[in-house]
Design a protein around this ligand. Structure first.
Ligand code: PGA
Length: 252
């Protein structure tokens, strides 16, 4: 069974300027009006670093939470030109952070770097949205479950605070491509992830989201897979209509 609250997380990647907060205001306005369903879900938006301070202040007392998209693997301050530490982001009032996204893995984040990031982010009281997922070649070679297992066990362990961890399963071949796993494949992978999580964390299994080409049409495919606890949405989270339609269609 899925956890009771569902997450709709928007990953803006390299998108957004200060005036883009009006997009999030539209999400909020939908949320406020959606009295029938709004207790069932939570919206989290991850703008780029440049907007974190401004948006986390603007949405401090509102219903939408703000997430960072990444951080450096060392904490506090240091000689790391162009980087920011989990400590620095935590001082902006940001509560969530996406780590291990495949685009960051592609530019050098290994499991051991991601492990350091996850541990530091938890130490700084973030809720971590930890991304895992197989690439096209791994899928073709039927290695999906092995890859997921390795990515989970290389980073997570029972000492971490499972209450502050959310997993996002994002098949790399599905991100931004319009290609989707079948319902059976997806249910199988998510159940496999959950069974591994239950081995790591005995008390509570973190929620598991799906990400990869989620939009207002593909959401119909996913809404009947009850083990999915929410969605990590890239492209479609930058437009008020697309993002709100995903939520509307999910609860239709
Ligand atoms: P997409 O991206 O929704 O554009 O496929 C998802 C992600 O990268 O998190």
């Amino acid at each position: 069974m899925a956890n009771s609250i569902r997450y709709f997380v928007g990953n803006w990647k390299m998108f957004g300027v200060p005036s883009s907060y009006s997009i999030i205001e539209k999400f909020e306005s939908h949320f406020r009006k959606d009295k029938k369903n709004n207790k069932k879900y939570k919206i989290i938006i991850a703008p780029p670093h440049t907007l974190l301070q401004d948006f986390s202040q603007k949405f401090k007392y509102k219903k939408i939470s703000i997430s960072a998209q990444n951080c450096h693997y060392k904490d506090n301050f240091g000689a790391h030109t162009g980087h920011i530490s989990p400590y620095m982001i935590s001082k902006l009032g940001v509560k969530y952070i996406i780590l291990g996204h495949s685009e960051n893995r592609a530019s050098g984040d290994t499991d051991s770097i991601i492990k350091q990031k996850v541990e530091l982010a938890l130490k700084n009281n973030f809720v971590v949205i930890f991304c895992i997922g197989e690439n096209k070649l791994e899928k073709r070679k039927n290695r999906t479950l092995n890859v997921l297992k390795k990515q989970l066990h290389n980073v997570l362990n029972k000492k971490l605070n499972e209450k502050n961890i959310i997993i996002a399963y994002e098949p790399v071949w599905s991100i931004g491509t319009g290609k989707l796993p079948t319902s059976a494949e997806l249910a199988h992978s998510i159940n496999y992830i959950k069974s591994n999580l239950s081995k790591i964390f005995k008390k509570r299994i973190p929620p598991v989201l799906y990400g990869g080409s989620v939009d207002s049409n593909s959401i119909y495919l996913f809404k009947n897979i009850s083990v999915i606890d929410g969605f990590l949405i890239g492209g479609a989270s930058k437009s008020p209509k697309n993002f709100i339609d995903i939520i509307k269609n999910f609860y239709k």
